[in-house]
Design a protein around this ligand. Structure first.
Ligand code: G3H
Length: 496
């Protein structure tokens, strides 16, 4: 159970502690932040409302711990990461339980998130050992006008303090996708979890604590964005920010100083369906892509662009599958569970009502109880409807009928987002041309968008993000290249 067994020390009464200088602490503010269970809409957990002074302290510790960590051999860093991964996987049950309670993720998917995170940490340790253990050797005489008098050695060095801000929908997985690359590369790490998802993150951080990482190297600070949000992201000690979330990322980018940023800020992933597509395959992928975790994934299918000639048949197939989705509590592994908050449910409802007023066809009756919204397919959506462009982050999916492939590509490219997209056709040549034309970071051919497997590059164009993720790219982003040049008094050619 969450907060018990090996996790007892992270809890004081009914408030979870924050993690600083290798210890679990109560904030001097004496205040806490409530975490509301999306299903019950009642307070489930409480976390510390940390202060700006506590942020300063954490940053000071992170700076000094990083200096010795950078001198820790790579194989030792990897060993500790493997240990943390094993502890995390051994304790998947209480962590998954907190995911169920604070973000209403179905129980089975919550366990998958924790296991996937352990695997990601181990993969990152292995990849780090490989790519950080190698550098380049360049010779000067390959550039015009030079003799071979200079040998250039390159290596990758850490940036310093990495600030990691994961979102509510994958609080554990998208935290470790930032923590593990930062640590293997020799950085220290300050984690600011989302409010909903904070308790899962605190449990995950305790696994790193138990693995024996040095004091101050990892910290986890909880609290109100209004109190410590800007303070953290604009803190002079921070050398890199890795953020996943919504629009907030745009304002963080504008305020952050001259530091590398890794940002993933959502998407409006289009699913383009051609006449020759296998419609059963498309329908299954629309269900998986559009409705898993109730549509609360940045890579969810968020608009279907289907050729008019096959639209009726596809809509019927998807409707039949929607009817089979179970709706209810995450504890019972229902497919559709409550969305994360009341404000989120209200926003989704706003998009649905706008589409209704403007004449969209509802394939199911719109139904909502509290934060629970029944899955809804909206057919005959037109470009003048908000839902054609905005990201609902909920179990409602618009279908736009198109008369040409170009119309589909144009709709996709007119979006301010550019995360992923997908195209369904049996013609690989057409698929490749469409993929090239779509202005998105990734195009999936004959499958729904998805970030994983976690070592694949993952990036968004336009407002969807900055930089690329995936294990290798994250390690590279969290390092800098350092060169040392050996200057010889006279040219030297081997075997010359
Ligand atoms: O919500 C954003 C995530 O990066 C999506 O990850 O494709 O594994 O669901 P996923």
């Amino acid at each position: 159970m969450a907060g018990t067994g090996i996790f007892t020390e992270i809890l004081d009464g009914d408030v979870y502690k924050y993690y600083s200088d290798g210890e679990w602490k109560n904030s001097s503010s004496g205040k806490s932040v409530a975490i509301v269970n999306p299903s019950t809409r009642k307070t489930q957990y409480k976390v510390q409302a940390c202060t700006q002074e506590e942020v300063n302290k954490v940053m000071e510790m992170a700076k000094s711990a990083q200096k010795s960590w950078a001198k820790t051999p790579l194989w030792k860093r990897a060993e500790l990461l493997h240990k943390a991964a094993a502890i995390l996987k051994d304790n998947k049950a209480p962590i998954a339980e907190s995911l169920v309670k604070e973000i209403a993720k179905p129980a089975k998917d919550s366990v998958t998130e924790v296991v996937r995170s352990g695997d990601l940490i181990s993969y990152c340790a292995e990849e780090g050992v490989r790519i950080l253990g190698e550098g380049k050797f360049l010779l000067s005489d390959s550039f015009p006008g030079n003799e071979r008098t200079k040998y250039c050695l390159t290596s990758k060095i850490p940036l310093g303090v990495v600030l990691a801000i994961p979102p509510f929908n994958y609080p554990v997985n998208l935290a470790v996708s930032k923590i593990a690359p930062a640590l293997i590369a020799g950085n220290s790490l300050v984690l600011k979890p989302p409010t909903q998802g904070a308790v899962s993150c605190l449990h995950m951080v305790h696994c790193f604590h138990l693995a024996g990482f040095p004091k101050g190297l990892i910290s986890c600070i909880t609290g109100k964005g209004s109190e410590i949000g800007d303070f953290l992201t604009m803190h002079p000690a921070v050398n890199c920010i890795s953020f996943t979330g919504g629009d907030t990322g745009i304002s963080i980018s504008k305020k952050a100083g001259m530091i590398p940023l890794q940002m993933e800020l959502g998407g409006k992933d289009a699913c383009i369906v051609l006449e020759d597509a296998d419609l059963d395959l498309v329908a299954s992928n629309i269900i998986k892509g559009g409705f898993s975790y109730s549509g609360q994934r940045c890579t969810a299918v968020k608009v279907v662009l289907v050729m008019e000639s096959v639209a009726d048949e596809l809509v019927e197939k998807v409707k039949a599958k929607v009817a089979k989705l179970t709706v209810g509590p995450p504890e019972e592994n229902c497919d559709i569970t409550a969305v994360v908050s009341e404000s989120s449910a209200n926003f989704i409802e706003g998009l649905v009502m706008d589409a209704k007023e403007k004449g969209a066809t509802f394939c199911q009756e719109y139904k909502r109880e509290g934060n629970l919204i029944w899955p809804l397919l909206l057919d005959n959506v037109r470009p003048d409807m908000r839902i054609a462009w905005e990201e609902p982050f909920g179990p409602v999916l618009p279908v736009l009928r198109i008369n040409s492939v170009e119309e589909g590509i144009n709709h996709c490219n007119a979006s301010n987002f550019g995360l992923q997209g997908c195209v369904f056709t049996k013609d690989i040549n057409k698929a490749m041309m469409i993929s090239d034309a779509m202005e998105t970071g990734t195009v999936q051919i004959n499958s729904a968008p998805a970030r994983g497997p976690d070592h694949f590059p993952f990036q968004g164009l336009k407002d969807s993000g900055i930089g690329s993720q995936g294990v290798t790219n994250s390690i590279n982003l969290m390092t800098k290249v350092k060169t040392t040049v050996i200057n010889l008094p006279t040219p030297s050619y081997s075997m010359g």
